[in-house]
Design a protein. Structure first.
Length: 328
């Protein structure tokens, strides 16, 4: 009898494991956050397991486009909205209105009815300033974007590469939207003379500033706040005149073989739980009631972003940037 019961128990456990749906989710979310999202989602949905495929914005965007005819991903989660608009234009996203969608900020919603994607949280540009390096070189803190072109900062600035980094792309997109193409490219010509390194990711310039490798890192306020909480010797400066931003967003990839599980993940994206995680990380979740006091400072400085324009011009702008600053 005992052997029979033991066999039955083993069979139930085995069946339960086999019954669990594995969702393949492409993401650009920073590695330290992935475990939090996975743990919290799987706690609420024990029948689903997330398998992350993580890389930078440029790599994930190229990967999904390359797999268009034979998609490997079930969901894109934490991918830049400007990239999702490219996928949408290619007919790669499955329309779906998740639970809680109506509670989201209007700036983080898709215009389509039903929506093709849903925003989770925003990240915005800031300057990470190393206090000690600035003091060592007797440098003033920059206040505006134009201040960064001052020759006194030559070799002391790190910035993200827009060809691989969403943070890098949102900068060139914002500068063009704010000033027009001629002035924006002239500005980047001047800024380029002061750049020590273009980095693969958007978080790296802030890390470099925190470690004293540069005086100034063009990065995101979310990365800066995280490092400040860890007592890194940096200050955060938001340049006057407006800052670029993008949002992490989620969408179901058309052709998924796990549609119901994918819907559950996108439903969860619009929940209080995800808004609270976004508030801790970026301070600017898609639910306005959860935006932090620190997040509101960046939120109020964000430009009115034309995501469709950015998506339509992404490849052209990146190639222009590479021709000017990467390939020469």
């Amino acid at each position: 009898m005992k052997k029979t019961l033991l066999a039955l128990c083993c069979a139930v456990v085995s069946f339960s494991a086999l019954a669990k749906t594995e969702l393949t989710v492409y993401t650009i979310i920073e590695p330290e956050l992935l475990n939090t999202y996975k743990t919290e989602f799987e706690k609420a949905n024990p029948d689903i397991e997330i398998n992350w495929i993580r890389d930078s914005t440029g790599v994930i965007t190229a990967k999904l486009l390359a797999e268009k005819e034979n998609p490997k991903a079930d969901v894109a989660f934490g991918v830049a909205a400007s990239s999702l608009l490219i996928f949408d234009k290619e007919g790669m996203l499955l329309p779906y209105k998740p639970k809680g969608y109506d509670l989201l900020s209007s700036q983080m919603k898709d215009d389509n009815i039903p929506p093709h994607w849903v925003g989770t949280n925003a990240w915005a540009t800031s300057l990470c300033i190393n206090k000690f390096v600035m003091k060592k070189h007797n440098l003033p803190y920059p206040k505006t974007w134009q201040d960064l072109t001052n020759p006194i900062y030559k070799g002391l600035i790190a910035a993200p590469n827009p060809a691989s980094s969403g943070s890098g792309f949102m900068n060139i997109s914002a500068w063009i939207q704010m000033w027009g193409e001629k002035k924006a490219w002239a500005y980047q010509d001047a800024l380029n003379k002061n750049i020590k390194m273009y980095t693969h990711s958007g978080s790296k310039p802030c890390s470099m500033a925190a470690q004293g490798e540069v005086a100034i890192g063009l990065s995101s306020s979310s990365f800066a706040h995280t490092l400040i909480k860890r007592r890194a010797p940096i200050d955060l400066v938001i340049p006057e005149g407006g800052i670029g931003w993008d949002m992490e967003a989620a969408a179901i990839i058309k052709g998924t073989k796990h549609l119901e599980a994918a819907k559950k993940l996108v439903d969860w994206v619009s929940s209080d739980d995800v808004a609270k995680i976004g508030a801790v990380f970026s301070g600017i979740p898609s639910r306005e009631e959860f935006i932090t006091s620190e997040g509101k400072i960046s939120y109020n400085a964000m430009i009115k972003n034309n995501f469709k324009w950015a998506a339509n011009n992404r490849s052209t702008l990146i190639q222009q940037w590479r021709d000017k600053y990467e390939l020469n």
